[in-house]
Design a protein around this ligand. Structure first.
Ligand code: SAM
Length: 284
């Protein structure tokens, strides 16, 4: 007999996605957000924050590979990386696969997310928090970027949606502070939500970012457990135009890294920037 308690769900206005669970591992209100860690039949262990799916064992590779390899392979030689949020450790894991990395700074506001994920989702971070190149800082990302005097080659914002502690990470001041700590040749990428459930998020981000950075371009990829599936990110730089990077150049650089991936490849990289017409229309 399957009971109602056997399901966890993500609710959006008129849409609800339900996942059958084997067990609720953790259900906890931290100082910043409601954390649920569940073991689902379909996607393995799953982290939800404030009722929103953040990552699952089964499909985390899509998001983490597309948020890391697109900017890393678009840059000629990235050495200093900044991650804002990212408490599950998936972005950090993928970044540290590049041998050229000297330092990866990760600024996470909620230490409990890291603690829970290291204990219950160890295959996502794969020991990345203990790597010598990792500089873990427990702080509000907005405060960190406003006070930092360092310059970074690639900045990846892996935050929750623009509610609660992450709201400030979608503000103009935050983006201007980010621009202030970007090296002369550098890239910033951030997730901008579901293309069919959060069109306003893409539009807001585009309006703000195209007024700040010389190059601002969206790219898309599909994450099965992110509401609506087709997900978006924005690529921003004052020095690198993603449309000028060829498939062949990406192929050569990717092969040189000998990094094996499950979703990312140079063809998907180039294709991801050829966003569907409805998304372009929505940005007008
Ligand atoms: N990949 C997921 C997504 O796209 O929805 C995000 C995963 S990651 C777990 C999100 C992290 O952002 C959370 O651990 C949360 O604590 C962190 N976060 C939220 N607001 C923050 C802030 N102001 N500064 C630093 N980290 C923040």
């Amino acid at each position: 007999m399957i009971h109602d308690t056997d399901w966890v769900s993500e609710k959006w206005q008129n849409v609800e996605t339900r996942y059958r669970v084997r067990s609720m591992i953790y259900d906890y209100q931290s100082n910043f957000q409601h954390m649920q860690l569940v073991d689902t039949y379909q996607y393995g262990k799953m982290l939800l924050l404030d009722g929103i799916v953040q990552t699952t064992e089964r499909d985390e590779f899509v998001y983490h590979e597309m948020m890391v390899h697109v900017p890393m392979l678009s840059h000629h030689d990235p050495k200093k990386i900044l991650i804002i949020g990212g408490g599950d450790g998936g972005i950090l894991r993928e970044v540290l696969r590049y041998k050229s990395i000297e330092k990866a700074t990760i600024v996470e506001i909620d230490p409990l997310v890291i603690e829970f994920c290291k204990e219950y989702l160890p295959d996502i971070s794969k020991g990345a928090f203990d790597d010598d190149r990792t500089d873990l800082i427990i702080a509000d990302g907005a405060v960190f970027v406003s006070e930092s005097r360092e310059k970074f080659d690639v900045i990846i914002i892996d935050s929750t949606d623009p509610v609660g502690p992450a709201r400030i990470l979608f503000s103009e001041k935050f983006y201007l502070d980010i621009q202030g700590i970007m090296a002369p040749e550098s890239i910033m990428v951030r997730q901008t939500g579901s293309t069919n459930m959060q069109p306003d998020e893409q539009k807001e981000a585009f309006e703000l970012l195209k007024g700040i950075f010389r190059h601002t371009a969206f790219y898309v990829y599909t994450v099965p457990t992110y509401i609506g599936g087709l997900f978006s990110a924005v690529f921003c730089s004052d020095s690198i135009d993603p449309s000028e990077i060829s498939y062949d150049e990406l192929g050569r650089k990717f092969n040189r890294t000998s990094i094996e991936t499950l979703y990312y490849n140079p063809g998907i990289h180039v294709g991801a920037f050829h966003v569907p017409g409805f998304l372009k229309e929505g940005l007008k």
